[in-house]
Design a protein. Structure first.
Length: 584
């Protein structure tokens, strides 16, 4: 929409009524930015509010109405080299209700300094910035009144650049109003060095790169609107199981907003998501080192037993008359502690198999052995380090065991409680994806039977009910997890033992839900893509293991194992590992 405010000589001839009509017509046409490359020669400071209300009442009313509807008025500062802006560009100095939508522009020349012809700002610094206006030596190419183009200079060349910048930023940040975009342009202006002089450059030199970049850092919206709850992007991450990104077909980009105005930006999905590595062979080596033959657990004194795997775990237990106490630290230590206390099995919920400290107690009441094992996490984040490491990571847990044996067969039941899981749903999560409070209660049963003089078979089952809290970008309802184990071990002579086990962990039909913002509407509503994360894919696992232990002599043993594991999202891994163990 174009309007003529002057004649061919450059004189401003539009009346108050005509100026008001122009502004109303622009508003009715949907023009939310009005560029004015014209200005009166007189400075705003030469007028009083009463003067302006008397001479331009309709235009002032129309300006207030235009700004109230969200429009932005851009004015050239004027070319009189005055210490104060012209009347139109400085109008908010005398007239209330229009400053939020007023933007005035001074000109810099090709040296980057205020052009010699440009007015300064003084009283209007709050709504002013600087933009290139050219000089008599190097003008800016502009449309001309002959239908062609010409090189020109002046604040009339600087003002349309600011108006165009507002339009460009609005198209980039659809949820911001035109008034917010104007504010953004002023806030991000370059105030460094020469441009720090507000009386000359107002808020500084227009910096479109800064205005189109995140201001104050970025955050991830967790709800349906950009104006809702956000969480710092730098603090938000998920470590998904191997194969999950491809299986879920995660979108390549995620919408985030800046912390200044909730302006939208898009970052690669890899900013938040990474995949875990199974590292099967490393865990095989650790398991081979941490589970020596029972006959090789050293007795270091009357009733004392010590198991030590360098860099992995340490276990110490002692017989104290009618009961036995023990302590363990490290990955997998609680399982060894259970064996030293004479338990045929421990509840899976209380034996995470990751970096933990554990305390245990066992006592006999006739033919029944009962006791408990409690575990606490260490200060550092843990990793799966043995074949028995839980996908749920460390936790605070207490397990109770009661078993009855007749010499050949041992039956038992377990109860366990746990809370504060490191990975409540099998993933390391933080920030916008954080799973907060978590707890679980389990019950289970086991049996162990000796076959002949040299073989043993065992089986166990446990059902754990997990409660989780997550209501941001990730929702995680409660779920039930089942754990089953079948195992057999036989001696092949006096020095060789062969063992096999089949372990499975699975859930029902429960699933977590991940919602990632991808698009944004003008009202700030977000278009989100929803992904279903079945718990069976997150925490489910099936593992088959064969193990051979052979004593070459009293100081040297060969330990070897083959394992095949299947995780969620179609990931299957196999590994073969062997170690030579030398003891003093």
């Amino acid at each position: 929409v174009n309007f003529k405010v002057g004649d061919s000589t450059g004189a401003i001839t539009a009346s108050d009524a005509q100026l008001a009509d122009m502004m109303s017509r622009a508003a009715n046409a949907g023009a939310m930015i009005i560029n004015n490359s014209w200005s009166a020669a007189s400075a705003i400071t030469t007028f009083t509010t009463q003067d302006l209300q008397s001479s331009l009442p309709r235009w002032i009313d129309a300006s207030r109405a235009y700004v109230a509807k969200g429009g932005v008025v851009v004015f050239a500062a004027g070319n009189q080299a005055s210490a104060q802006p012209g009347m139109q560009s400085g109008l908010p100095y005398r007239v209330s209700g229009i400053e939020p939508g007023w933007l005035s522009v001074v000109a810099i020349d090709d040296t980057g300094h205020l052009a010699s012809y440009s007015n300064r700002w003084r009283v209007a610094a709050a709504w002013c910035l600087a933009a290139p206006g050219g000089s008599s030596q190097t003008g800016l190419l502009s449309m001309y009144n002959n239908g062609g183009y010409a090189y020109m200079y002046g604040t009339s060349m600087a003002a349309p650049q600011a108006a165009a910048a507002i339009g460009a930023l609005k198209s980039m940040f659809v949820n911001l109003s035109y008034l917010q975009v104007r504010e953004r342009l002023l806030f991000t202006a370059n105030r460094g060095g020469t441009y720090a002089d507000a009386s000359t450059y107002g808020q500084g030199l227009m910096d479109l790169e800064a205005a189109s970049s995140p201001v104050g850092g970025i955050a991830l919206p967790t709800g349906a609107s950009a104006t809702g709850v956000t969480v710092a992007a730098a603090a938000s991450a998920i470590e998904l199981p191997a194969g999950a990104v491809q299986a879920l077909r995660l979108q390549p980009w995620v919408l985030v907003v800046d912390n200044y105005q909730r302006a939208p930006f898009w970052v690669p999905a890899a900013t938040f998501f990474r995949e875990a590595t199974p590292r099967l062979v490393e865990r095989q080596w650790a398991s081979l080192r941490s589970d020596p033959l029972a006959a090789r657990v050293p007795r270091i004194g009357a009733g004392l037993r010590l198991s030590h795997a360098s860099g992995l775990n340490d276990v110490l237990s002692a017989d104290l008359g009618t009961y036995r106490l023990g302590f363990a630290q490290g990955a997998g230590g609680e399982a060894l502690l259970g064996a030293q206390l004479g338990f045929a099995s421990l509840p899976r919920l209380a034996a995470p198999g990751v970096e933990s400290v554990a305390l245990g107690y066992a006592a006999d009441a006739g033919a029944i052995r009962f006791g408990f094992v409690g575990t606490l996490p260490t200060a550092a984040a843990t990793e799966a380090r043995t074949l028995d490491s839980s996908s749920l990571g460390s936790r605070t847990a207490m397990g109770a065991i009661a078993q009855l044996g007749d010499g050949k067969t041992t039956y038992g039941v377990t109860l366990a409680i746990a809370e504060r899981f490191e990975r409540p749903i099998g993933m390391a999560t933080s920030g916008a994806f954080d799973v907060g409070q978590s707890s679980a209660l389990s019950s289970g049963a086991f049996v162990q039977h000796t076959v002949g003089a040299s073989s043993l078979v065992e089986a166990s089952f446990e059902l754990a009910h997990h409660r989780t809290e997550a209501d941001l970008a990730l929702s995680a309802p409660s779920f039930a997890m089942r754990s089953a184990n079948l195992g057999a071990r036989t001696a092949l002579g006096a020095k060789t033992t062969l063992a096999a086990s089949l372990k499975r962990e699975w859930t029902g039909g429960e699933a977590a839900r991940l919602q990632l913002p991808l698009t944004i509407a003008e009202n700030g509503d977000l278009g989100r893509v929803s992904y279903t994360l079945p718990y069976d894919e997150l925490v489910g696992r099936t593992a088959f293991t064969l193990r051979l232990d052979h004593e070459l002599n009293k100081q040297v043993a060969l330990r070897a194992g083959f394992t095949r594991e299947r995780y969620g999202f179609g990931t299957t891994v196999s590994g073969l590992a062997a170690i030579i163990e030398i003891t003093n």
